[in-house]
Design a protein around this ligand. Structure first.
Ligand code: DGY
Length: 323
């Protein structure tokens, strides 16, 4: 029986690579070296499916290549702002993503960032490692209490709801959210959450603001100086969504001027480059885009791609079709 040719652009968990190789004529990237635009264009000519991830920029140049063979782009990641969706539509290419399976792990990282920055974990840990810690004292490294505080969620999708659950039931936090598209009363009642009419109102009352919206033309640059000025000076910003939702320069200024108390970030504007100014600040907790990085989740993400392309090649509708 014919085996469809699929190209995996980066190293995937072994178990998923094995499963993929059994079913498809799969080209893997065991060396995990990112492909350049020319290599991706070439792949479009020679494979039935391209399986990129969130760091592969799949532009119109790639999608619109002449004599294309690829029929489906199975993205390894829930975010798909790395793919020119309009071009995929215009060129009749199916695109899928991997929602649901990374919800809890990403919400866990948002909780970790919130706790880590508020309780000064990233400042404290090197003290122990570098033998700078001189012992317990009443005023040593006092942070901010998290339990019982107000958590403001911008976007109320799956990851925000998972964070709301952990924060509300685990830490007794009051949940407020801004999401004009979210109307699920049952969930709102479950977390005793309050819907805010505007982002500005949410920012002015929240002790922690966590971003959970996708990167779209509407949300890019959403958190700028004007918005940061609306936040309490005692408040923290948490970002596990996408770097371009925040104007990074404006955030750095707000942190330098103590306009806000701190930030916990997992995502950046130009990953993996993080501005030196940000790295030099003490009031930030910085992680290298670890939201979904657990063995369980990365495996589940790979299997989701597998299921999507398997459905597609069996002439069924892929579960996670976005185009
Ligand atoms: C995604 O899937 O979009 C995540 O950012 C990867 O962790």
């Amino acid at each position: 029986m014919q085996k469809f040719k699929v190209l995996v652009t980066r190293k995937w968990p072994d178990s998923v690579e094995k499963k993929l190789s059994e079913k498809f004529d799969a080209t893997l990237n065991l060396a995990d070296i990112p492909l350049n635009e020319e290599q991706l264009k070439e792949a479009m000519l020679n494979y039935d499916a391209l399986l990129p991830t969130v760091t592969d920029k799949i532009s119109n140049n790639i999608l619109a290549v002449e004599n294309r063979r690829v029929k489906i782009v199975g993205n390894f990641g829930v975010g798909f702002n790395n793919i020119d969706i309009d071009s995929a539509k215009d060129n009749g290419i199916v695109v899928t993503n991997t929602p649901e399976v990374l919800t809890d792990c990403t919400a866990d990282i948002a909780m970790l960032l919130m706790l880590g920055i508020a309780r000064r974990a990233s400042e404290g840990e090197p003290h122990v490692r570098n033998t700078e810690w001189v012992g317990w004292r009443p005023t040593h490294m006092m942070g901010t209490k998290v339990t019982g505080k107000v958590l403001g969620l911008i976007g109320m999708g799956r990851i925000a709801q998972a964070m709301a659950k952990k924060a509300h039931f685990g830490f007794g936090m009051k949940i407020i959210f801004f999401d004009p598209y979210f109307k699920n009363k049952e969930i709102i009642e479950k977390f005793s959450a309050t819907s805010s009419d505007s982002i500005e109102d949410l920012l002015s009352v929240s002790d922690f603001v966590s971003l959970h919206c996708p990167s779209t033309p509407e949300t890019q640059g959403l958190i700028n100086t004007e918005k940061l000025e609306k936040m309490k000076s005692s408040a923290y910003l948490i970002n596990t969504a996408r770097g371009d939702i925040v104007v990074e320069e404006d955030l750095i200024k707000a942190l330098e001027n103590n306009q806000i108390k701190g930030a916990g970030l997992d995502v950046y504007l130009n990953e993996p480059t993080v501005p030196e100014k940000l790295k030099n600040l003490k009031n930030v907790f910085l992680l290298p885009h670890l939201g979904s990085a657990t063995e369980e989740t990365r495996e589940a993400m790979g299997l989701r791609v597998y299921d999507n392309i398997t459905a597609f090649f069996n002439d069924n509708e892929p579960l996670d079709r976005v185009v």
